[in-house]
Design a protein around this ligand. Structure first.
Ligand SMILES: Cc1cc2nc3c(=O)[nH]c(=O)nc-3n(C[C@H](O)[C@H](O)[C@H](O)COP(=O)(O)O)c2cc1C
Length: 184
């Protein structure tokens, strides 16, 4: 089987991640893979923000502020927000930066960003890294989007947490194709 198919057939998420994360050359490959995603009209509706090193603490403070602005006062939740970005050496935020287009909807542009993030996940996997895609209330919070340099109306389609897998990967369940496919 080709290595490409092996990656496609066996990718899975890995939430427990540690150092090292991808270096700049590997990050470049991950981001270039993302940018090969199908993109109707070549609108380039994606923007990527890489957060690593101590900038992850700044992102944690931003998440903390986001919760406070949304009225959360639970100490455990606030503490979790502060440390959330430290769960991987590198976090890549993939933002939807939609443009007005008479035929290509915002939704469709969001699908392109999702495809790009999946491309990034697959590339990270192919390079030997673990990865997990997360969203949560932060993704659509304008406070977080603005802190990431996004424009009004932008939204985070996914935060990809990328790093070296810690512990064993979960066993992928066997899923018969027939259970979700029919032929018309
Ligand atoms: C749009 C999107 C948002 C997600 N958000 C979260 C999240 O906030 N937290 C989380 O634990 N998993 C989230 N996931 C799911 C994980 O990334 C992952 O796909 C899931 O745990 C299943 O594991 P698998 O990818 O190995 O099948 C999200 C997935 C997608 C596609």
């Amino acid at each position: 089987m080709s290595e490409t198919l092996d990656t496609l057939l066996n990718r899975n998420s890995h939430p427990r991640l540690t150092e090292p994360g991808p270096d700049s050359e590997q990050l470049n490959l991950i981001l270039r893979s993302a940018m090969r995603a199908p993109d109707h009209g070549r609108l380039r509706p994606w923007r990527f923000v890489v957060i690593s090193g101590d900038r992850r603490e700044a992102l944690g403070r931003c998440f903390h502020e986001s919760l406070q602005l949304r009225g959360v006062s639970d100490e455990a939740q606030l503490a979790k927000a502060l440390s959330a970005p430290l769960r991987a050496p590198v976090v890549i935020a993939g933002l939807l930066h939609a443009v007005a287009h008479e035929k290509i909807s915002r939704d469709e542009q969001g699908h392109a960003v999702a495809a790009a993030l999946h491309g990034a996940q697959l590339a990270a996997d192919a390079l030997g890294f673990g990865c997990v895609w997360r969203t949560g209330g932060y993704a659509t919070d304008p406070h977080v989007v603005e802190a990431l340099g996004g424009a009004t109306g932008d939204q985070v389609i996914g935060f990809l947490y990328v790093g070296t897998r810690e512990g064993p990967s979960k066993v992928l369940p066997e899923e018969p194709v027939e259970s979700m496919v029919r032929y018309f």
